[in-house]
Design a protein. Structure first.
Length: 182
């Protein structure tokens, strides 16, 4: 079974940081690739700002030049609230061995995740550090925290600021073409 990282999120929009962090995490964990999993609806977040088709199209553009990256629409197809444990169990049933890649902000909420004890065992999370959030050393990746979030990108688009340091050029073009986040 190939070991892959599972990187879920709203990706609304997918940023340069999403891709660069996934690439570095893959190297550090010796994974064979990264599965990006756009969530239909996270149980611990408000709904996405953008519909699923746009988020999927932007994620496809953001990862187009990354042969190690794949996208699963499993949670989008399932619809409704996305529980990561159900996704991990489904992937395991399909013969895909995954390890969760999550941010420190999500790690701090992890005890509230649905069936989090089983998720620790089956998904063995590795955590992207963030300043000010403690993560156990055995889970923490050695990646410099990057200040580049989807919120930053949406705010930059809305205020007409440059996005070259936040978004892939094709993603930025897609956002402009479709009038997103204005």
């Amino acid at each position: 079974m190939t070991h892959l990282l599972l990187f879920g999120g709203s990706f609304d929009p997918p940023t340069l940081a999403h891709v660069s962090i996934a690439r570095e995490a893959m190297k550090q964990t010796h994974a064979g690739g990264v599965i990006f999993m756009p969530a239909a609806q996270s149980p611990l977040k408000e709904s996405s700002h953008t519909d699923n088709a746009h988020r999927l199209a932007m994620l496809t553009l953001a990862t187009a030049d990354e042969p190690w990256a794949s996208i699963s629409t499993l949670e989008l197809e399932r619809g409704g609230t996305s529980y990561t444990i159900e996704t991990v169990e489904t992937l395991l049933e399909e013969g895909v061995q995954v390890q969760l890649l999550i941010g420190a902000d999500q790690w701090s909420q992890f005890p509230h995740w649905h069936r989090h004890e089983a998720l620790i065992e089956l998904g063995n999370p590795v955590v992207i550090p963030r300043n000010g959030i403690d993560v156990p050393p055995e889970r923490r990746l050695h990646i410099e925290p990057i200040v580049c979030s989807s919120t930053d990108a949406r705010n930059a688009v809305k205020s007409g600021q440059p996005t070259a340091n936040l978004l892939n050029a094709e993603v930025a073009k897609y956002i402009e073409t479709h009038g997103l986040y204005v």
